[in-house]
Design a protein around this ligand. Structure first.
Ligand SMILES: [Zn+2]
Length: 328
């Protein structure tokens, strides 16, 4: 090879190498930017799991209704209906008045929750969901209809009178589940009330875990049914649509407006140790979350793990967030 040819070949090699390097850099940048979506898409392979634990549930409180659902009486016409053998250990809440009842979350849909509800009340039941993730909306099929928080993003999911959540709103592909298409029988604006007869619930918008998350406040009993916004284990603030700024704004609004003795009934078990029971937290836990969010958003908290990054909150909770540029 002549010297000139050798130089040209060297330059070509450097050019190809540089192009490959630049391409790899671009792929890494796009992956980092889209991490919430890519993580969700890969999660069936990253974290394979059994949907239902074959072992019987070990309950700390309440009783089993059949071999799958757990029921716990919370007093004042309120029941928690849990799925202790489901891998996410979801809890829905049945809130009963004198003339109507609300089922807050429809169950995961792994089994039909409706017979459990029918055994607890003969009153007409309206289903409302805390948010659109598959483990909360997946059980809506047998009911066929639901009440929905009235937001532009939820209105946008209606077509031909049917509500169908988007791919990254529902996330059912994680467990191979297609989204349902129920009818919306009532739109509930943030601040609207639900009259159950002798008992009134207030609808609150609680964005953070998802943009369209909702909670129900029972002002007479000082109870807040809050879905996935907060619960005793790892909070998910890294999935598509999650926002740390919204999380903190919601936490501060709830801290400023709710009575300090409010009990937060949440949607995922479990406290560490002991058996399975309806999961609850207090306003002090919400305050701890606010403090943790301040530190995380300021870059002052130390994380463990690569993605998601886990930050300590208190002895009940950790907060899982994306990279600093995800989930603002
Ligand atoms: Zn969720």
């Amino acid at each position: 090879m002549s010297r000139r040819l050798a130089i040209r070949a060297g330059r070509t090699a450097v050019g190809v190498g540089g192009a490959i390097g630049l391409g790899a850099l671009c792929i890494a940048a796009v992956t980092a930017l889209l991490a919430p979506y890519i993580f969700a898409e890969l999660s069936p392979w990253l974290a394979p799991h059994a949907i239902v634990d074959p072992a019987p549930a070990r309950l700390a409180r309440g009783w089993m209704a059949g071999d799958y659902f757990a029921v716990e009486a919370l007093g004042a016409g309120t029941w928690a209906i849990g799925e202790p053998r489901y891998y996410q250990q979801n809890y829905a809440y049945l809130i009963v008045g004198q003339t109507r009842a609300v089922l807050f979350d429809s169950g995961s849909g792994t089994r039909d929750i409706r017979p459990v509800v029918s055994a607890l009340t003969r009153l007409p039941v309206t289903v409302m969901v805390s948010h659109l993730h598959f483990d909360h909306l997946g059980g809506i099929g047998p009911f066929g209809e639901l009440a929905m928080i009235d937001l532009p993003a939820t209105r946008a999911d209606v077509s031909d009178g049917r509500f169908t959540p988007g791919r990254y709103e529902y996330l059912g592909f994680v467990d191979g589940r297609a989204p349902p298409s129920p009818r919306v029988v009532r739109w509930l604006a943030p601040g609207a009330t639900i009259d159950l007869g002798g008992r009134t619930l207030t609808v609150l918008a609680t964005p953070g875990h998802t943009p369209t998350s909702a909670a129900l406040f029972d002002p007479a009993a000082h109870r807040l049914f809050i879905g996935d916004f907060i619960y005793p284990t790892t909070l998910y603030a890294f999935l598509p649509g999650a926002s740390l700024a919204a999380y903190q704004a919601t936490a501060r609004r709830l801290l400023a407006t709710l009575p300090p003795d409010t009990v937060l009934w949440t949607a995922h078990c479990c406290r560490t140790g002991g058996g399975v029971a309806a999961p609850w937290l207090g306003m002090n836990d919400l305050r701890a979350l606010d403090v943790a969010l301040t530190r995380v958003r300021a870059g002052q908290a130390r994380a463990t793990g690569f993605y998601p990054r886990r930050y300590p909150v208190n002895d009940q909770m950790t907060l899982a967030a994306g990279f600093p540029w995800n989930n603002h």
